[in-house]
Ligand binder design. Structure first.
Ligand code: AMP
Ligand code: ZN
Length: 114
């Protein structure tokens, strides 16, 4: 999608610190990290928000979630624990309308979140 920041990262029009890539999924470090590990995992196909998902997207959502879990394992933060977040729409603070799973870890997390 022409005006989507994360689509531009996927096509390398905008640089990012990429930590994982395959045919369908890209993961990169958040530019404004909120924890020692703060990675964004995105589908390469543009989907604006969770509200845009359809039946055919079950596989890609599973791949995004499982990739976050695999990165957490690789970084040695899985046993201690980590947080995964999809922000959706205004009240959750979604600012980029291309689905992205935040993987946050390397410090202890508070609950409830802000
Ligand atoms: P959200 O508020 O859930 O939509 O999250 C958007 C995230 O994208 C924020 O955590 C931003 O710090 C992050 N972000 C914005 N621009 C970039 C960029 N160019 N590269 C990496 N992360 C970015
Ligand atoms: Zn996009």
């Amino acid at each position: 999608m022409a005006d989507c920041l994360f689509c531009k990262i996927i096509t390398r029009e905008i640089p990012a610190s990429i930590v994982y890539e395959d045919d369908r999924v890209l993961a990169f470090n958040d530019i404004n990290p909120q924890a020692p590990t703060h990675v964004l995992v995105v589908p390469k196909r543009h989907i604006a928000s969770l509200g845009e998902l359809s039946d055919g997207d079950d596989q890609i959502v599973g791949e995004v979630v499982r990739r976050a879990a695999a990165i957490a394992e690789e970084r040695g933060i899985a046993a201690g624990g980590y947080r995964t977040v999809f922000n959706t729409n205004r009240d959750a603070g979604q600012t980029v309308f291309h689905i992205h799973l935040h993987l946050l870890g390397g410090r202890s997390m508070k609950w409830p979140p802000g």
